[in-house]
Design a protein around this ligand. Structure first.
Ligand SMILES: [Mn+2]
Length: 231
């Protein structure tokens, strides 16, 4: 199993194309976020824009979550309408030549409160630490520990309710698994996600996700992870 799920250079190039399409679609999302728009409308826009850019489809059911919806890691887009002071979490990906992309950003619609800013900052640093820890021969549980350690230090341990990431390729979720109990070890050429998040039921959530090829340590996405405030 040590060398399984390693991608060829050409497969990684295809996955970067899928990530670039995803980046362009996220630009469309940012332009469309406006007071009163619904989660379902944004999700429909995402599907349309992926298709317009030649993607074969979405790599999983697109997540668009406003406000309290963001506290559910697998939120299903609903008729909730965007209001000032909400976080917006978008988790999406597309398929190009049979290979998947996976990308999440959380942005603020109008100025977030201090609690939201603090949570965002912690997830921001957790994602950064997780990505920095990715490398050939690194135990996957160490990547999880790098991200989880930041959130724990900041008092968010109990709000980070899932693993830090997963392999991605022809399947949206494939080995290796990046969580606290994983026995997997990273190998050069694997492509993994780093996606810490915190979730406050009934209030809001934050997740930031990037794909990275082991051995590169540079996220596929061109989008910054600094907090974007719209409005
Ligand atoms: Mn993911």
């Amino acid at each position: 199993m040590q060398n399984s799920y390693v991608k060829s250079a050409s497969e990684i190039a295809v996955m970067k194309r899928a990530a670039a399409i995803t980046d362009d679609v996220f630009d469309c999302v940012l332009a469309a976020l406006d007071e009163g728009v619904s989660e379902k409308e944004i999700a429909a826009l995402i599907e349309k824009e992926f298709s317009a850019r030649g993607a074969e489809g979405t790599s999983f059911d697109t997540i668009v979550a406003f406000g309290a919806g963001g506290a559910e890691p697998h939120h299903v887009p609903a008729d909730t309408r965007l209001e000032r002071g909400m976080f917006v979490t978008v988790d999406m990906g597309c398929v190009v030549e049979g290979l998947c992309s996976d990308f999440t950003r959380t942005v603020a619609f109008w100025e977030p409160d201090a609690e939201m800013k603090a949570a965002y900052d912690s997830v921001y640093r957790a994602r950064k630490a997780g990505v920095a820890s990715v490398g050939d021969g690194v135990p996957c549980k160490d990547v999880d520990a790098a991200a989880r350690g930041i959130l724990s230090e900041d008092g968010y341990a109990e709000y980070f309710v899932h693993g830090t990431g997963h392999g991605v390729g022809s399947l949206i979720h494939e080995p290796p698994t990046l969580n606290a109990t994983s026995e997997d070890v990273l190998r050069c050429g694997q492509v993994v996600t780093v996606e810490p998040g915190v979730y406050f039921p009934g209030k809001f959530g934050v997740r930031i996700e990037d794909m990275v090829a082991v051995g590169e340590n540079r996220p596929f996405s061109r989008h910054s992870t600094e907090l974007i405030v719209i409005g």
